[in-house]
Design a protein around this ligand. Structure first.
Ligand SMILES: [Zn+2]
Length: 255
């Protein structure tokens, strides 16, 4: 049997280590096979439940949290944010999570979309979000900030890390996507690179802009993660492997 590779967990320097557990794992160190090799954390695309459960447990043990405490977003490319523990309607959907309690670990699944984690150390509030282009342009990041503020956070104290996600190098979009971003954000340097046939969008520039407009300080945003599509040895990518591939997760919880 092959020796299992170790889990590689990236922790952002902008998120305080005191008071929070957080991270963004690479794809190695799990038990799934094929294009999902090996630390696939998502269930929706058809991996064995047992593999995913094992992977989530291995990650939790590595990071130091209870796997039973994982609470994850639903990925509907919307902008709803759930405060963990508040009454939830049957079938409610959300792409963002916030919490002010010790225990729950908030997870945001992604495979090219941006997993984002949020921390406010003084108010002891955290958040997580899944931001694809639809959620990004509709304001998911802004909504997470708003809900953290409801729990006592101050925007200028919030720190935000963007996890591994598709970079502007690889994120080709059609004209209608370009138009939507322009309509909401205006002309921003670096947001759109137009080509003769294809346009590229930098979702990190878009996310940073939403966060800064919501009051987050520029130096408290970590927005230069690696590109998931370029780095196949390290990351899953939906645009590269489709639904045969695996899913990553960014996570954060209060300790
Ligand atoms: Zn790339």
């Amino acid at each position: 049997m092959a020796v299992q590779e170790p889990i590689k967990l990236h922790r952002s320097p902008v998120i305080p280590s005191a008071g929070f557990v957080h991270g963004f794992p690479e794809r190695t160190g799990g038990v799934s096979s094929g294009l999902r090799s090996s630390l696939n954390l998502g269930m929706r695309w058809g991996d064995d439940q047992a593999n995913v459960d094992t992977n989530r447990r291995l990650l939790a043990e590595h990071a130091g949290y209870d796997p039973a405490q994982l609470v994850a977003t639903r990925h509907v490319h919307g902008t709803n944010v759930w405060r963990v523990g508040e009454p939830l309607a049957e079938g409610a959907e959300f792409d963002g999570l916030v919490s002010d309690r010790v225990g729950p670990v908030l997870g945001a699944f992604a495979a090219d979309c941006i997993p984002m984690v949020f921390a406010e150390a003084e108010a002891r509030v955290c958040g997580a979000a899944h931001a694809g282009w639809r959620g990004a342009v509709a304001g998911i990041a802004t909504n997470v900030i708003t809900r953290m503020v409801e729990l006592g956070a101050r925007p200028e104290r919030i720190r935000v890390a963007l996890g591994p996600s598709i970079g502007p190098c690889c994120f080709e979009v059609g004209r209608e996507v370009v138009d939507e971003f322009r309509a909401v954000l205006g002309e921003l340097p670096g947001l759109i690179v137009e080509g003769p046939n294809k346009n590229h969008i930098d979702l990190r520039v878009a996310s940073r802009t939403f966060l800064e407009r919501a009051g987050v300080r520029a130096e408290q945003i970590d927005d230069r993660p690696p590109c998931t599509k370029c780095e196949g040895d390290r990351f899953f990518s939906y645009r590269r492997d489709g639904r045969e591939g695996g899913v990553h997760m960014g996570f954060i919880g209060l300790t």
